[in-house]
Design a binder for this molecule. Structure first.
Ligand code: AMP
Length: 144
């Protein structure tokens, strides 16, 4: 199984924000869309960073409620790890575990084509296991 399988299921819609947007507005964006992170893009549409709920909590711990009026650029992670749609699910699980993050933008030939979360990966894995169990059941009952 590959990242492209996840994109086929969930589509390629990507919610983004700009570095100068306020962190409070992005907190709203996360809440309304029921997501845990948002990709930050610059005026050319290039990836500038990623801001997750963890970054907002960290900002809150340091600045208190004032974090909400500060720009996303102050709290986002700038060195963003990406994947490609041809990557295997096993390899991106490894990347997420090693990097201790739960989100990965998908970039093919320099173009942003999707954004996946650990939730998407777990959902696919659960479906895979259910299919395997079903196949084994059919195999066993076919032999009886
Ligand atoms: P998460 O577990 O995805 O909510 O993010 C935990 C931390 O990792 C936060 O500081 C994020 O900004 C950062 N982060 C999330 N995804 C990535 C990524 N793909 N590349 C680099 N950092 C990331």
């Amino acid at each position: 199984m590959h990242v492209s399988t996840i994109l086929k299921n969930k589509g390629a819609a990507i919610i983004t924000t700009r570095p100068e947007e306020s962190t409070g507005t992005v907190a709203q964006l996360l809440h309304v869309n029921r997501i845990g992170a948002v990709l930050v893009v610059d005026s050319d549409g290039e990836i500038a960073g990623i801001l997750s709920e963890r970054d907002i909590v960290r900002g809150l711990a340091v600045h208190g409620a004032g974090v909400l009026d500060r720009p996303v650029a102050e709290f986002m992670t700038r060195k963003v790890v990406t994947c490609q749609s041809t990557d295997t699910i096993a390899s991106i699980m490894e990347r997420m575990t090693q990097g201790r993050f739960r989100h990965l933008p998908v970039v093919d030939d320099g173009k942003l084509v999707g954004f996946i979360s650990i939730g998407d990966v777990v959902k696919l894995r659960v479906e895979e296991y259910a299919q395997e169990v079903e196949s084994l059941r059919e195999y066993v009952s076919g032999g009886l």
